[in-house]
Design a protein around this ligand. Structure first.
Ligand code: YXS
Length: 259
């Protein structure tokens, strides 16, 4: 069953997340379809990509598919994870990608959204980043993407509380380009995309690449990277991580003991 649908509107490719049964969880299957769709539309005739969910969903995406998080031993958010490939494909796509958001954006889906170039959201959108609710050691490069998208204080609040924040706060801090009512957001986003598509694609592609390299230039010293990887590996093997996954599947609140 397809989890992503694709349509072209002139020079604009529209990719729609379409697995509402699991709240568009970023499963390996859904990510694989999204990657294939991005590869398919990576042609000179595509000047803008819009990534959206079906209109009027209550959840844009519930984040990483928790059922696919490894029980232990393997790094749950390592370099080779499909989510990492998706974020990089969006960041390196040679044309602007607009995230058209409705409903809740959870966990790793926030990283996907903030890897896009522009964000247009309905007033009911919320953002939540929940590794602390699951005992997950968040990924280094995921943190780098998020740290580049928002003030440190907001990122800390999102991760430490694991609570959703409303789009109005994100907009006030410049994280979101436009907040638009649900009944006009599709037309608004396509009009915005058409304005961009009418401009010089080489200038836009070069600007996107330059800004992307500028964003990635900050990062950790290599000596710290080794220590941080060891730290994350130990969390991936912790009791708390196992408790977080168990609590989610048993639909109960987790009890973390810091071990
Ligand atoms: O009970 P059934 O079988 O119908 O399945 C339910 C949910 O278990 C399932 N589902 C998910 N399955 C795997 N991974 C998910 N992320 C996920 N989210 C949902 O979908 C069915 C319908 O969900 P339900 O009944 O809870 O829907 P709802 O509308 O009442 O609530 C929607 C949510 C999104 C508020 C709720 O599903 C939820 O809290 N989901 C988990 C959100 C979350 O914590 N996402 C972070 C995933 S971990 C991740 O992204 C990173 C590793 S990290 O944690 O580091 O950010």
């Amino acid at each position: 069953m397809a989890r992503v649908s694709m349509a072209k509107d002139g020079a604009i490719a529209v990719l729609t997340l379409d697995h509402p049964e699991k709240r568009n969880a970023l499963s390996d299957a859904l990510i694989s379809e999204l990657l294939s769709a991005l590869d398919l539309v990576r042609t000179d005739s595509t000047r803008v990509v819009v990534v959206r969910a079906r209109p009027e969903v209550t959840v844009w995406s519930s984040g990483h598919d928790i059922d696919e998080l490894p029980s232990s031993r393997r790094d749950p958010l390592g370099w080779s994870e499909p989510l990492r490939a998706l974020v990089q494909r969006l960041q390196n796509f040679p044309a602007p990608v607009i995230a058209l958001l409705e409903g809740g954006v959870w966990g790793g889906a926030c990283e996907v959204v903030f890897a896009c170039d522009l964000i247009v959201a309905t007033p009911n959108v919320t953002f939540a980043i929940t590794p602390a609710r699951l005992g997950v050691p968040y990924g280094l490069f995921g943190l780098q993407t998020l740290a580049g998208a928002m003030p440190r204080a907001l990122l800390k609040e999102l991760i430490y509380t694991a609570q959703p924040i409303p789009v109005q706060r994100a907009w006030a801090l410049g994280l979101v380009n436009h907040v638009v009512p649900a009944d006009s957001i599709t037309d608004f986003t396509l009009d915005l995309a058409r304005i961009i598509a009418a401009n010089a694609p080489l200038t836009i592609a070069a600007t996107k690449e330059q800004l992307g390299l500028l964003d990635q230039s900050g990062g950790w010293a290599s000596a710290d990277l080794e220590r941080l990887q060891e730290l994350r590996r130990s969390i991936g093997e912790s009791e708390d991580y196992r408790e977080g996954l168990a609590a989610f599947s048993e639909k109960r609140r987790p009890i973390f003991r810091g071990q």
